[in-house]
Structure formats: C-alpha cells, structure tokens
Design a protein around this ligand. Structure first.
Ligand code: FES
Length: 163
C-alpha cells in the first residue's frame, strides 16, 4: 500500500501538470526511492491515481532503464554496453566488476549489496568506459578505479550513510 508520504509527494508532483499522467515517471521514481523497486502491487495502486491503466503505466516503467520492476540490491551498477564503451574496454571492466561483487550481468550479489545491469549509451562516449552507480556517473573506468568506487559504495552501506 502506498504510504501517506508517498501519496503526498505524488500529489505534489501531479499539481505541476494539467494532466495527472504527466507526472507518471516522477511518481514511479518516488515509489522506487522509498522501496528500491516498483512492484506489481504498487503499480496497480499508482495507476488510477495517475488516471492511467496499469498496462499503460507498466509500459512507461519498463521503457525507462532506471525504473526497476524487480527487486534489486542496495546499490545498482549500470554499465554502458554500447559500442564506444565496448571498444574502450567494457569487457574487461564487466568481468572485473562481476568478479568483485560475485554476480554477473543481470544478477545480484549474494549479500544483496549490488545488482549489476547493462544500460545503453550514457552519452559520455568521449570518457568511455562509463557506468552509473545509483545516481552517480563514473567515467574513464579501469579496474583500479572500479575497485575504489566499489569500496567506497560498500563503505557507505556499512556506515549506514545510505546510497
Ligand atoms: S557508448 Fe558508453 S557512453 Fe556512449
């Protein structure tokens, strides 16, 4: 069930638009920010508030790479797998991340700390290879830099500093 806080945030977003459905991406983000992902149940509850059908809202949710329709780990690593990143070292970075977190692409580490997903071009090809961890973009990746990033993110989780 949507919480009072979620409803209030969503209402505030909808107030910016003539049509409630125009706030659908923000509404999905609000739910995801609080729960980590958007379940079928949350989606069914959200759709009528936005004056959409659940199918319409699901189409929007599945279109956006940054809306998760399945449970994910505490932190989400999105690695660019488009052509420039491939040329600039994506396979090596992908394998390095997979071995560091113990989960391949599409998987979640056993401790629930990381989910590892592909994403198309991030629009930063001149600084490839690139990835996003949670909402932060990292560029010019090499294995040493990846190690530092993962250690820092893991440290944040352990210190309760959030993602
Ligand atoms: S191909 Fe990776 S950022 Fe463009």
């Amino acid at each position: 069930m949507l919480s009072d806080e979620e409803r209030a945030e969503i209402e505030a977003e909808m107030a910016h638009f003539e049509q409630k459905r125009a706030a659908c991406v923000e509404a999905l983000k609000i739910v995801q920010r609080r729960r980590g992902w958007v379940s079928d149940e949350a989606l069914r509850e959200l759709a009528p508030i936005l004056e959409m059908s659940p199918d319409e809202l699901d189409n929007v949710a599945t279109f956006y790479n940054l809306i998760f329709r399945h449970p994910v780990g505490k932190h989400v690593i999105l690695i660019c797998d488009s052509v420039t990143c491939w040329i600039m070292g994506y396979p090596r970075i992908r394998e390095h991340i997979a071995s560091r977190i113990g989960a391949g692409l599409g998987g979640t580490s056993q401790d629930g700390m990381f989910t590892f997903l592909p994403i198309p071009c991030l629009g930063t090809c001149d600084t490839a290879p690139a990835m996003i961890v949670d909402e932060t973009l990292f560029q010019h990746l090499d294995p040493e830099k990846v190690d530092r990033i993962l250690d820092e993110v893991r440290g944040q989780g352990e210190n309760g500093a959030g993602s």
